[in-house]
Design a protein around this ligand. Structure first.
Ligand code: NDP
Length: 453
């Protein structure tokens, strides 16, 4: 790193020494900003970077709720309101036992630049809780969500902060959160996105992150005179993003062959089809089962249990042309990236947030694999959330076809923006630099216009 960025990075680490995920996100960002920092006016821009890595507000709160046995349980809730230079804070809620302040800060930081890339009027934020939805009854999830919203409702609003879903927060949880917000405020407003289209949601919001990811991957390949047709694809995860990634890959005649969850992965060398995907959706969204059940229904497929001691994840050893990590952060380490390179994978597009470690990104780029970073590649979800906010404000609802068309245009626009920015400031292939620099310049310019606030 250059001297200026190195100083900012060192100060941030000293202030919050244990926030390792946040350090990782900031380091990746600063390595790109390094390419332009010496050309930026020192007084204004360096101070802007210092402010950007400090959340405008971070709220931590107690969430008490009563389980089915009548016992009081306590979880911790978070909302990090990172940056409102471009619009109301916007970003999802994650319910997962691993959630802590470092993870929410890294997600809110990434979200700020991702939202900037959409070109919509959206600031950046993120929230969640260490609550584990797995193994809880509907009643327990509802009581937890109501208690969580009772505190969160003081800090959000349609023009202030608009949360959505993330890991562990799907349509069921959004319903309970919205219901409680409506009851507390006595208003039916667009304060949450990802709502059911029956009551204020946008069509294509559930599909948007996965569909948008595949649209962006297709744009990259098109730029290199390639398509997704007949490409074997590795997809990790089996939640919202993974399911709709597989669905869009099937629409474009690609051959997705894997899925996973925290217990292991399945490999179906025949490829998924619409019927197999429907089985996965029912398994994960309704029955809330484990991905291993896939091999009971389709015995030709193989199941490999997760093994944390192995040092690499077998899913990234599967022979394929393209890879779509759609589960969680740091799921591709250096050993995994080497396996992808050895197998001559041509493209890695990130559905999950920060799924690739810094060392792994280096290996992918060194091997000239097209690498689409999460900030750009998974921006389709928040882009359609932005469209949901627009529909809510004007009390209208666009058709699924209309929203899908807008999503495709948005993702093509994001690819154009990051590749031209990469070409201008770095190399055309370095979409990490393209996404970081393009996202940064828009946020920085708005912050400078608005003074030292
Ligand atoms: P879901 O909760 O629907 O699915 C998450 C999937 O990832 C599940 O299959 C889950 O397995 C797996 N998973 C979660 N944590 C781990 C872990 N520690 N190790 C292994 N597997 C894990 O979440 P989403 O699909 O919504 O989110 C997936 C990723 O996409 C996240 O990084 C999220 O931040 C990102 N994202 C989501 C957006 C959205 O619109 N939903 C928008 C942009 C990014 P299991 O069922 O066993 O827990």
């Amino acid at each position: 790193m250059k001297c200026a960025t190195q100083t900012i990075y060192a100060m941030m680490k000293q202030k919050d020494p244990y926030q390792v995920e946040f350090h990782q996100a900031v380091e990746e960002f600063l390595l790109s900003i390094d390419k332009i920092i010496e050309d930026l006016p020192h007084i204004t821009y360096h101070k802007v970077i210092e402010r950007m890595i400090e959340p405008e507000r971070a709220i931590i709160f107690r969430v008490p709720w009563i389980d089915d046995e009548g016992v009081v349980q306590i979880n911790r809730g978070y909302r990090v309101q990172m940056n409102s230079a471009l619009g109301p804070y916007k970003g999802g809620l994650r319910f997962h036992p691993s959630v802590n302040l470092s993870i929410i800060k890294f997600l809110a930081f990434e979200q700020t630049f991702k939202n900037s890339l959409t070109g919509l009027s959206l600031g950046g934020g993120k929230g969640g809780s260490d609550f584990d939805v797995k193994g809880k009854s509907d009643g327990e999830v509802m009581r937890f969500a109501q208690s969580f919203m009772t505190e969160l409702s003081r800090h959000i609003g349609a023009d202030t902060d608009v949360p959505a879903g993330d890991i562990g927060v799907g349509s069921r949880e959004i319903g309970y959160l919205f219901g409680q917000y409506k009851r507390l405020r006595n208003e039916f407003s667009g304060t949450l996105t990802g709502k059911n289209p029956l009551w204020g949601g946008s069509y294509i919001r559930p599909e948007a992150t996965g569909y948008g990811l595949v649209y962006l991957a297709a744009s990259i390949l098109e730029d290199h005179h390639e398509t997704l047709e007949n490409k074997r694809c590795i997809v990790s995860g089996s939640g919202n993003v993974a399911q709709y990634t597989v669905e869009k890959l099937l629409h474009l005649k690609a051959v997705p062959v894997t899925l996973s969850d925290s217990t292991g992965c399945i490999i179906d060398n025949d490829g998924f089809d619409a019927e197999k995907l429907e089985f996965v959706k029912e398994l994960k969204n309704i029955r809330r089962g484990r991905i291993s059940a896939y091999t009971e229904k389709y015995p030709n497929a193989t199941y490999i249990p997760a093994n944390g001691l192995r040092g690499s994840n077998p899913i990234w050893e599967v022979e394929a042309d393209c890879a779509f990590p759609c589960a969680t952060q740091n799921e591709i380490n250096a050993a995994d990236a080497q396996h992808l390179a050895d197998n001559k994978v041509i493209l890695v597009a990130e559905g999950a947030n920060m799924p690739t470690t810094l060392e792994a990104v280096d290996i992918l780029q060194h091997n000239r694999i097209h690498y689409a970073p999460a900030k750009a590649a998974n921006a389709g979800g928040v882009a359609v959330s932005g469209l949901e906010m627009a529909q809510n404000s004007s009390r209208i609802q666009w058709s699924p076809k209309e929203v899908d068309r807008k999503l495709l245009q948005l993702m093509k626009g994001i690819y154009r923006e990051i590749s031209t920015t990469a070409q201008r400031y770095s190399t055309k292939e370095n979409l990490v630099d393209g996404a970081n620099i393009a996202g940064f310049l828009r946020v920085a310019s708005a912050m400078i216009d608005q003074g030292y606030v």
